[in-house]
Design a protein around this ligand. Structure first.
Ligand SMILES: [Zn+2]
Length: 394
């Protein structure tokens, strides 16, 4: 029995990361009641109790804490709950997902999961924009507030209270990924010195963070599988008909499958973010589709049509062909979606460094994203940004 305890037996796994549970969508969403077991890239010997590591730590207040604001900033100085410890194997998947301590572990895992993805796209570590003051990000998993926010040195999560049902944002991957999106963007572009009244900085921040949430969500195998099975591989067609989106349980998908153009939005930042998010989602789906056609899994005529103008019965013909192909070759569909996701994600991430936060305009952002993309991705991005009236047509 001694050998079973020997670390050398585990050596194949010793340096591959650390296990956690993450809910890809909050557990009250139908179909997402069970969390996924994920491997984060951080090594077990790099995570301490909390959880904590060299770039972030959880501070879980023992009593109700008010959100940070201008007058109060990290570190949290009040009484804290005991830091969460990993299991004997030093993984963190030993915590009961229905327990209160799980909030701290889940919030940490979501931040790390999203950071892993965007650091991969960037090809380097993200250096926090606040690292002159705070070397580490403070994650507060539960505050007395119906909101979530990321700011100078912190990310904190409140809870929604609907008819007495408390739902902590610490269990909401979508919300956490969005907030990490804000931190990643500011760390890459820097903080604007000043923004003019017509600056698109804040609306682009919202757009970018929603894209981070959407693209990061597509990194859960279970989420991709569910999406493809539910639509029988027909993301584009359902998107165009807007049927799939309206009934979609995933917040990110509902948000991203909008039809808004720049001429139809107000100056309100979330509203003004919609065409950009829509263009990004349309590009992911268009690339996916192009790949399917190239592999003989979808009708090639789809590439030459304006799908927004097709009649319903024409859609049905295309949909049936794709569904038949999906039945026999589901793996191709998954590969196509993953490739599309990463092509667009990389272009988004890489474009950030080229932006001037003080004089940001949404058309310049779109041009920077196109410039950061490869051939086919750049073409699709250009087409979709133009349709959204974010850039002019050439
Ligand atoms: Zn936001």
């Amino acid at each position: 029995m001694r050998l079973l305890r020997d670390d050398s037996l585990d050596s194949g796994n010793a340096r591959v990361g650390t296990r956690f549970w993450i809910y890809p969508q909050p557990p009250f969403i139908p179909g997402y009641e069970q969390p996924d077991r994920v491997w984060l890239s951080i090594q077990r010997d790099e995570i301490g109790d909390g959880p904590s590591d060299l770039s972030m730590y959880v501070a879980d207040p023992l009593y109700q804490k008010q959100p940070y604001g201008f007058a109060s900033l990290p570190p949290f100085g009040g009484a804290r709950r005991a830091p969460i410890r990993p299991g004997p194997d030093r993984h963190f998947d030993n915590i009961d997902p229905t327990s209160r301590p799980f909030l701290a572990v889940h919030a940490y895992a979501c931040v790390r999961f999203v950071l892993d993805i965007w650091q991969s796209y960037l090809g380097r570590r993200v250096r926090w924009f606040f690292d002159q003051t705070y070397p580490r990000l403070e994650i507060v998993p539960f505050v007395d507030w119906d909101n979530a926010q990321a700011g100078y040195g912190f990310l904190e999560l409140g809870c929604s209270d609907i008819d007495g049902v408390i739902r902590p944002y610490a269990l909401n991957f979508d919300t956490i990924a969005h907030e990490v999106g804000h931190l990643v963007m500011l760390s890459e572009t820097g903080i604007p010195a000043a923004t003019s009244a017509d600056s698109d900085f804040f609306s682009f921040s919202e757009a970018f963070s929603d894209c981070v949430s959407l693209i990061s969500f597509l990194h859960f195998d279970s989420a991709i599988d569910r999406l493809l099975r539910r639509t029988r591989g027909n993301l584009l067609l359902y998107n165009e008909l807007n049927r799939f989106a309206e009934t979609s349980p995933e917040t990110q998908i509902r948000l991203a499958t909008n039809f808004r153009r720049m001429s139809a939005v107000t100056r309100e930042v979330h509203d003004r973010a919609l065409p950009f998010v829509g263009a990004i989602f349309d590009t992911v789906v268009a690339l996916y589709h192009r790949d399917l056609v190239a592999k003989g899994c979808a009708d090639s005529r789809l590439l030459d049509l304006d799908l927004r103008k097709l009649a319903a019965d024409e859609f049905d013909t295309f949909r049936q062909a794709t569904a038949d192909a999906f039945n026999t070759r589901p793996l191709y569909f998954k590969q196509a979606l993953i490739a599309a996701r990463d092509a667009v994600g990389t272009a988004l991430a890489v474009s950030l460094k080229a932006l001037d936060p003080s004089r940001l305009r949404i058309d310049q952002v779109a041009r920077a994203v196109i410039a950061a993309a490869d051939g086919a991705t750049a073409d699709m991005l250009e087409e979709n940004f133009a349709w959204r009236e974010i850039i002019g047509t050439r």
